[in-house]
Design a protein around this ligand. Structure first.
Ligand SMILES: Nc1ncnc2c1ncn2[C@@H]1O[C@H](COP(=O)(O)OP(=O)(O)O)[C@@H](O)[C@H]1O
Ligand SMILES: [Mg+2]
Length: 241
């Protein structure tokens, strides 16, 4: 579970990138975080993951306060950032072992998980190559595998489907569903509305730092009293005045 309470953040003291945001992401559900470019999705995710600090408000992950107990909070989640271009000099396998070391995954468990993940994501033949030789989609996959190898209870993913081939994208969605169905937490951002519409139990829509709507698809249709697609509602909600 992730609790975001009255969180605000501005970058240069004037415009608020995130403005008094309140979202509770419960266990057992996939929550999609939607909004146009510049809406504040990445800023929010960076605050949840402790990469940047909010100006005000508080965030807890599985009840642990991100500001007060950073290390313990970080143990709760796995994070897929919007750009997978990191640790480029490491080989894929070195990166997965590095992630396993950080999160104390024992030798037998990591071996088995790495084997399974490499097979599922079709990465077996490239694990001994440096990440810098990987395509964007392969880099994205190795980052996702680095999260799954330590099996965190909370998954936080910033635009995870970007650059993934259809098969991997399908696989990731399937795994997100399994993870939520096992009673754990999935929070991901996307601007691909069809993905959100099909995959999410709830959607949080943000525009200009402010939460526009948070609830199920049915609640959203009820709220707006329409049978319109999410796309139409979304476009109306995030229209520039
Ligand atoms: N490091 C930064 N410095 C200054 N402004 C930033 C920075 N990162 C993001 N912003 C601004 O904050 C707002 C929200 O950006 P962001 O959180 O990246 O949105 P999204 O992920 O929804 O596209 C935008 O107006 C963006 O220009
Ligand atoms: Mg972003």
């Amino acid at each position: 579970m992730i609790e975001i309470k009255n969180v605000s953040k501005s970058y240069n003291g004037t415009i608020k990138a995130v403005d008094d945001l309140n979202i509770i992401i419960p266990d057992g559900e996939i929550v999609g975080f939607l909004g146009p470019n510049g809406a504040g999705k990445t800023t929010t995710i960076k605050m949840v993951t402790g990469i940047t600090k909010p100006d005000s408000g508080s965030i807890t992950i599985n009840g642990i306060n991100v500001a007060d107990n950073a290390l313990e909070a970080k143990r709760q989640f796995g994070f897929v950032p919007d750009s997978p271009d990191m640790f480029l000099r490491l080989k894929g396998l070195e990166y997965l072992n590095f992630m396993s070391d950080i999160y104390d995954v024992d030798g037998d468990t990591r071996k088995q998980r790495i084997r399974e993940l490499a097979e599922r994501f079709d990465m077996e033949s490239v694990l001994t190559d440096q990440i810098q030789s990987y395509s964007h989609g392969m880099r994205q996959k190795i980052v996702i595998m680095g999260v799954l190898v330590h099996s965190p209870s909370v998954w936080i993913l910033d635009e995870p489907m970007t650059g993934l081939d259809p098969r991997s994208s399908f696989l990731l969605k399937e795994m997100m569903r399994e993870h939520a169905d096992s009673g754990k937490t999935v929070f991901f951002s996307t601007h691909v509305l069809e993905v959100a519409e099909k995959l999410c139990d709830k959607v949080a829509i943000i525009n200009k730092g402010k939460l526009q709507f948070y609830g199920t698809m049915d609640e959203m249709r009820e709220h707006f009293m329409t049978d319109d697609s999410l796309e139409k509602i979304f476009l109306e909600m995030t229209e520039n005045e």
